[in-house]
Write a protein that binds this ligand. Structure first.
Ligand SMILES: Nc1ncnc2c1ncn2[C@@H]1O[C@H](COP(=O)(O)OP(=O)(O)OP(=O)(O)O)[C@@H](O)[C@H]1O
Length: 354
């Protein structure tokens, strides 16, 4: 996953939000009409309304995994629901592949959801009287796909999420993690380009949760979907995200790469989340490497600039020669001294650039 290419301005965003608001309250709609398009969130609050999403503007690029992170009540689900149009934003514009979903007819919206969007929620929402295979095949049949074709595709999805052999189990016979995998397989079977996941792993115990995160990363590596993923767990966000949007009271406080958020928190609120985060777990080798000087004697060991420091630290520390840092084409782009790793692990690295 390369965020740099995904967020490059040459790419058209899959999702674009412009000043999106969602305001709850009896008077909200009337006040909004009277506002003449200039939304003052404070006025709504003074009138007793709840500002669920407050002036959210951002873009999501093809193949990007954007995580919306925040504590309970910060507006994450509301923002996700606005973009999937499960709820209608009070103001602003939301473009999906260039089309403003707030201007779409119901028919267009249903078609968009059916053809492009997949959703996975915390409650697995499986059909209890249908088997694993039937649960996954059913939505395909509703879409008009033939029984044999839907079973074939369901079986492929079962293999993809490593549930082979459990096709004929009922949901009650599966663990929470396995049930969630069925939910993911069911959602993937309809081949969405855009995937909305609202706290998909929060019902799972920590061990299974980590396994599911690994599996999810593996899937994303091969499927490369555009994903909006909601979580209140900062560690989960750091592990999975290309970029993270941190929300507080409906406002996106910062939207950036995990490394940038950890190294350069934009607000005091964001800084509090990052305080305990070991930098070596979010920074890549390319953030601490030094320029390559021809003629220098290097170790046989090579590391990728994209490697997270913690994953290669031990090997590098065990070698007393500088290690070559290579790009995806195996071209040397820098070198790494033991001292670079040591100062990240134990010393001040304020000058590190993500
Ligand atoms: N239908 C609604 N009517 C009134 N207020 C609502 C409604 N839905 C959400 N809210 C309020 O909007 C704010 C944001 O809620 P939201 O569910 O988006 O938060 P969240 O960050 O997803 O929280 P959680 O992690 O607990 O799910 C909260 O103050 C919530 O009470």
């Amino acid at each position: 996953m390369s965020v740099q290419t995904k967020t490059s301005s040459a790419l058209e965003p899959v999702i674009r939000c412009e000043s999106v608001y969602k305001i709850f309250g009896d008077n909200a709609e009337k006040m909004m009409k009277e506002s003449g398009g200039v939304v003052d969130a404070e006025k709504f609050k003074e009138a007793g309304c709840i500002v669920g999403v407050n002036n959210a503007s951002f873009e999501v690029y093809p193949g990007e995994l954007l995580i919306i992170m925040g504590l309970s009540g910060s507006g994450k689900s509301t923002l996700l629901r606005c973009i999937s149009k499960l709820t209608t934003a009070s103001a602003g514009e939301i473009f999906v592949e260039g089309d403003d979903i707030l201007k779409m007819s119901n028919k267009q919206l249903i078609e968009l959801r059916r053809s492009k969007m997949g959703m996975v929620f915390q409650s697995f929402a499986l059909l209890p009287h249908k088997t694993v295979l039937e649960n996954i095949a059913f939505p395909l049949q509703v879409k008009g796909i033939s029984t044999s074709e839907s079973i074939k595709r369901a079986q492929e999805m079962i293999d993809l999420v490593s549930l082979t052999g459990r096709e004929n189990y009922f949901p009650r016979d599966l663990s929470g993690g396995q049930q969630q995998r069925v939910g993911i397989a069911r959602s993937l079977a309809i081949e969405p380009d855009i995937w909305f996941l609202d706290e998909p792993f929060s019902a799972l115990d920590p061990l299974i949760r980590r396994e599911m995160q690994d599996e999810f990363l593996r899937l994303q590596e091969s499927l490369n979907k555009t994903i909006l993923f909601v979580t209140h767990d900062f560690d989960e966000a750091l592990r999975l995200a290309d970029r993270i949007a941190i929300m507080k009271d409906g406002v996106i406080e910062q939207l950036d790469t995990p490394a940038n958020i950890v190294l350069h928190p934009a607000t005091e609120y964001v800084r509090k989340f990052t305080e305990q985060v070991p930098r070596e777990k979010v920074l890549k080798i390319k953030a601490i490497m030094e320029p390559f000087v021809p003629g220098e004697t290097l170790s046989e060991l090579e590391v990728s600039g994209e490697d997270i420091i913690a994953t290669v630290a031990e090997e590098v520390l065990n070698d007393d020669r500088p290690v070559a840092v290579v790009d995806e084409n195996d071209k040397v782009i820098g070198i790494l001294h033991r001292a670079n790793v040591v100062s990240t692990l134990f010393g001040d690295n304020a000058s590190v650039q993500p």
